[in-house]
Design a protein around this ligand. Structure first.
Ligand code: MN
Length: 486
């Protein structure tokens, strides 16, 4: 990875960044109540008495949320803490009817872990995970319906969250972007969070500071809250680092604060001064006992783990002959990987990967559809590659067949049969055409023999044209050389 260094008055500065990511847990019901977590229903449809803190209501831990968090921890190579404890984080806000959030402070469910990120130059870097704890989400305030009133929707109140905190290991916006993409990919593989940043089911806070290269220790940092896309996270980190550098250039300093990223101006702006942990007066949650897990519980979840992107990538490279880049792109998305595995089953995997990365993705892009709605099925893409591998059609004809497949969703074998596109490999049939072309173009034959070697391509083109693209190009080349070079 090329180093990301800011320069100012001949001095070099580096970025120190850590991320905090809130991931909504996929679970039918909320973390402490039986209310549904369904997205997109009417406001305040999915609200139980517990979610709005009616007097006397008590939370009951949904073990499905615990399982999902443990699964995520295992997928991030993290330590699962058999003992964890809930705590109350006290603050007032209209979207938090209890007046406190039930979270985990001193004893999180998941401890340290690590994730390997794929960088644009093909290298990887390990990013440390500090912890993951589980907690409840807040409701949503709505300020844009009425000029004088605010409204509140408690559907989200009490939805289970995993809050993941990384170590301050990021040294560039690219690294942070690669991490977000990797995390999203892993939770989607695991089925523990849908990873949709634009819908708010994965929300990222970035903590940014800078320091002179060679300096030890950290300077004050600012936290950019609730960034809702990978691109914005990268832009926000870059903008914030440059803002801090400008302050230092003027010989000034600043205090820790929370800031907001404005994508229209690509700048961060002041939100509020940074809260400190002690201001929340956290204490152990008296309504919930400590969470104690058994080895059997953890082992059971471990046994259900699916093959994750890194493991898959290694297998694609070592066993299927893919390049690191192709393997990375295909593995990032679970549906793409599944499509690829079905398409390459029994066929040349490297060729399938080339088609997938080339014409196939281009077709999806052009049509604006995702892979689940592709008109070309995995089986049919595999068959197409097989037709090329067996020399039944040429690579050029295959492109035409693919074009038809993407319009009709048809089977390539049927298309090739019906349209009579089978490649002619029968030497005598091709030889007849070659002889005809040579006989009809004595001038070009003379020029070729006189040393104009690049005319060979012209001859090949003529033969291919006459055979309507069906002649095997290898055979055509060989025959032309045999006849023209002697
Ligand atoms: Mn949180």
């Amino acid at each position: 990875m090329a180093e990301y260094i800011l320069e100012s008055n001949g001095e070099k500065w580096e970025i120190i960044c850590g991320l905090e990511i809130h991931c909504q847990i996929i679970s039918k019901s909320k973390i402490f109540s039986g209310a549904s977590t369904e997205f997109g229903v009417d406001a305040n449809e999915n609200v139980s008495f517990v979610d709005v803190a009616m007097p006397g209501m008590l939370p009951v831990l949904n073990m499905e949320c615990v399982k999902q968090a443990v699964k995520t921890g295992l997928g991030l190579n993290a330590k699962i803490n058999k003992f964890s404890q809930f705590s109350r984080k006290n603050y007032f806000y209209a979207d938090l009817p209890q007046g406190y959030q039930i979270t985990q402070e001193k004893h999180p469910l998941i401890g340290e872990g690590h994730v390997s990120i794929d960088l644009s130059d093909g290298t990887t870097k390990e990013i440390g995970i500090e912890r993951i704890h589980i907690e409840q989400d807040t409701g949503k305030s709505i300020h844009d319906i009425d000029p004088k009133k605010s409204f509140i929707d408690y559907n989200r109140a009490g939805v289970g969250l995993m809050e993941l905190v990384t170590k301050p290991d990021f040294r560039s916006p690219d690294e942070a972007g690669a991490f977000l993409r990797k995390l999203r990919s892993i939770v989607r593989y695991l089925g523990t969070c849908d990873g949709n940043m634009d819908e708010g089911s994965m929300r990222c806070d970035a903590s940014v500071s800078i320091r002179k290269v060679g300096e030890t220790g950290f300077r004050p940092r600012c936290e950019i809250k609730n960034v809702n896309s990978v691109k914005f996270a990268m832009q926000a980190i870059e903008a914030e680092a440059k803002r801090q550098l400008e302050i230092y250039e003027k010989g000034e300093s600043f205090e820790q604060e929370s800031r907001q990223f404005d994508p229209t101006t690509c700048t961060t702006k002041y939100m509020r001064k940074k809260e400190y942990a002690h201001e929340y007066r956290q204490f152990p949650e008296p309504d919930l006992p400590p969470l104690v897990l058994t080895d059997e519980f953890i082992e059971e979840i471990k046994s259900q783990l699916v093959e994750l992107p890194d493991e898959k990538k290694r297998r694609y490279i070592s066993q299927m002959g893919l390049t690191a880049y192709d393997a990375m792109v295909i593995c990032e998305n679970k549906e793409v990987a599944e499509f690829f595995e079905e398409a390459s089953d029994g066929h040349d995997a490297k060729k399938v990967a080339n088609w997938l990365m080339g014409d196939f993705f281009a077709m999806l892009n052009k049509k604006g559809v995702d892979i689940n709605n592709s008109p070309v099925s995995a089986k049919n893409l595999g068959k197409l590659v097989e037709l090329i591998s067996k020399d039944i059609i040429s690579g050029k004809i295959a492109k035409d067949v693919f074009e038809i497949m993407s319009e009709t969703g048809g089977d390539p074998e049927v298309i090739v049969e019906e349209k009579g596109l089978k490649q002619v490999t029968d030497t005598s049939a091709i030889e007849a055409i070659v002889d005809e072309i040579i006989a009809n173009n004595p001038d070009n034959v003379a020029s070729y023999k006189a040393g104009k070697n690049n005319l060979l391509g012209w001859f090949v083109g003529q033969v291919m044209k006459q055979s309507q693209g069906k002649a095997n190009p290898g055979v055509v080349n060989k025959l032309l050389r045999d006849k023209l070079d002697n």
